[in-house]
Design a binder for this molecule. Structure first.
Ligand code: GTP
Ligand code: MG
Length: 242
């Protein structure tokens, strides 16, 4: 079948530079994530985290190597089917002028109101929406409705969840959440059983993941669980202690 069934992701000797530049941004990355597992990606600014994300839904294509989803090279999927199975929550949430419902349902116009609300509950934004002047009919992007960065992030997460993706990719999308809210969000995400890539700056988030990938200047500095990295990666220890 040409759709994503399980959500296994494998990078095989992946290198990447942007089309307009010769500077390698990702260097010989190899790792694999099983269906339903969570991978936390850590690394300093400019280490290549967002670039790595973009290769899965083919926002860019690898320069060398292969990205496989369910064992098949992403190049072999029809792009719309590939993207349908992947929920990407970008680093900067993109909302448009329209209602909360329209913003969450964007790209899945057949979503029912129950599905919209359920995604909002899981994304930990429902209570905020309920307090807005017209709840789910409130128009965002208009004068008078000011959503905080963290609230926009959560709307953007709800948008990804409503599509019930097999692979969910969160690009630092929980940076503005307090630990308690983030904990609730991560717990709710587990009920989706999707493969989850989560770029984060927080060790507390990384500790919950099945695997941690620590990127340094576009290369894998360390791979493993929190416990393993404490024993094998001086850079990881430095981050934990900072
Ligand atoms: P933060 O989001 O700041 O934590 O960084 P990141 O780890 O997500 O790094 P990212 O993948 O965005 O960038 C990795 C490298 O690629 C950096 O050297 C960037 O300057 C470069 N880069 C990012 N986007 C582009 C782009 O669109 N074109 C080009 N030529 N370079 C880019
Ligand atoms: Mg980034």
């Amino acid at each position: 079948s040409l759709t994503i069934n399980k959500g296994a992701v494998e990078f095989k000797n992946v290198s990447f530079h942007y089309p307009e530049s010769d500077v390698p941004v990702l260097r010989n990355l190899s790792f694999s994530v099983k269906p339903g597992e969570t991978l936390a990606i850590l690394g300093s600014t400019g280490s290549g985290k967002t670039s790595l994300f973009q290769l899965v839904p083919r926002l860019y294509d690898v320069t060398e190597g292969e990205v496989l989803v369910d064992g098949k090279n992403v190049m072999n999927y029809p792009i719309e089917k590939l993207r349908k199975g992947i929920g990407v929550v970008p680093q900067e949430a993109v909302l448009f002028t329209g209602s909360i419902t329209e913003n969450i349902g964007w790209g899945k116009e057949d979503a029912t109101s129950d599905e919209i609300i359920s995604a909002a509950v899981d994304a930990q934004i429902h209570e905020t929406v309920e307090k807005l002047p017209n709840q789910y009919d409130t128009r965002v992007g208009q004068r008078g409705v000011n959503l905080s960065g963290g609230q926009k992030q959560r709307l953007s997460i709800a948008r990804a969840l409503v599509r019930k993706p097999k692979i969910l990719m969160l690009d630092d999308s929980t940076s503005a959440l307090d630990l308690k809210t983030e904990g609730k969000l991560l717990k709710a995400l587990r009920t989706y059983s999707c493969t989850t890539f989560i770029i984060t700056q927080k060790i507390s988030t990384a500790m919950e993941a099945d695997h941690i990938l620590l990127l340094d200047d576009g290369a894998v500095e360390a791979w493993g669980t929190h416990e393993e990295l404490l024993n094998t990666s001086p850079l990881y220890v430095k981050i934990v202690q900072s």
